[in-house]
Design a protein around this ligand. Structure first.
Ligand SMILES: NC(=O)c1ccc[n+]([C@@H]2O[C@H](COP(=O)([O-])OP(=O)(O)OC[C@H]3O[C@@H](n4cnc5c(N)ncnc54)[C@H](OP(=O)(O)O)[C@@H]3O)[C@@H](O)[C@H]2O)c1
Length: 265
């Protein structure tokens, strides 16, 4: 009898529990819905407990899943500890972590202070500390896990100065350092944790400007896109579920770019 699973079985997240940070954000909310729509129980996190709970309550639960929110600030080690412990106590187990939250700092290379630069890089520390918590939990309970780091095309390429000039600050130098670091940390953790059954991959969005983005900058970015348009948050859903699920069971340490071809030319 064949043990080969069907495509629907491979992408199915029913029975799995996923924790996603920054769940109420522009991309985080679409990715939270993706996890719920694929059948997962979703733990939404925000720095604000009430907002986290609101995000959870808004998710579809047609498969009888349980969603709930936890407070978590990944720049604060005590908050990571408390948030993860709270999530685990309430859920019993966690199978998937999506490190999506991002404490932004808009200062570019002309103005950024050392303190701001370090604070930006601390997002990577938060991603790591949370990833290690999930790894240790998965090993302790004797099961696998999938960790998805949210990177960026700016972790792989520099930006076009003329897309920003005279309109907004340049894309922050600390952001490029941070996202490049996250892409590479993914490789390191992917290798070290492979034998534990814990897969670590990075999902790097291209340009997905939110409604508040500067219109002139967006127009200029559009001319740099092979597809001639910006990404829509729903266009991350398939890639996220692929990396979170058994559909990518032989994929670890990789960076999947969803960028309309931005990094291809
Ligand atoms: N939008 C794009 O074009 C684009 C492109 C490439 C990569 N990305 C990446 O995609 C991810 C989501 O971006 P987005 O555009 O959806 O941004 P967003 O709407 O600003 O959402 C970011 C989220 O991060 C959370 N956050 C802020 N500080 C945090 C902290 N200290 N600890 C934990 N969470 C924190 C915020 O949640 P709370 O306020 O609720 O805590 C917020 O909802 C980021 O990692 C970003 O770098 C975005």
């Amino acid at each position: 009898m064949s043990t080969e699973r069907t495509v629907s079985q491979l992408f199915d997240l029913r029975g799995k529990t996923a924790l996603i940070s920054g769940a109420g954000g522009w991309l985080g909310s679409a990715m939270s819905r993706a996890l719920a729509e694929a059948g997962a129980n979703v733990i939404t996190s925000s720095r604000d407990a009430a907002k986290a709970a609101e995000c959870a309550a808004a998710l579809p639960a047609g498969g009888g899943q349980t969603h709930f929110g936890v407070a978590l600030d990944h720049l604060d080690e005590a908050s990571i500890e408390n948030g993860f412990t709270d999530a685990l106590l309430r859920a019993g187990r966690i199978d998937i972590l999506v490190n999506n939250g991002h404490a932004a700092n808009g200062s570019d290379l002309t103005t950024v202070t050392g303190e701001e630069f370090n604070r930006s890089l601390a997002n990577a520390t938060g991603y790591f500390l949370l990833a290690r918590k999930l790894h240790d939990h998965a090993v302790a309970r004797g099961g696998g896990a999938s960790i998805v780091m949210i990177g960026s095309m700016y972790g792989v390429v520099g930006s076009y100065p003329e897309a920003y000039e005279g309109v907004v600050p340049a894309s922050p130098v600390a952001y490029h350092a941070l996202k490049g670091g996250i892409v590479h940390m993914t490789r390191h953790l992917g290798v070290y944790w492979a034998k534990d059954g814990v897969r670590v991959n990075c999902l790097s969005p291209g340009p997905f400007p939110g409604p508040a983005a500067n219109a002139t900058m967006v127009e200029r970015l559009t001319t740099k896109s092979p597809m001639g348009r910006m990404g829509r948050p729903e266009e991350l859903k398939g890639a996220l579920v692929f990396l979170a699920s058994e559909a990518s069971s032989y994929v670890t340490g990789q960076n999947l770019l969803v960028d309309g071809g931005w990094t291809a030319w």
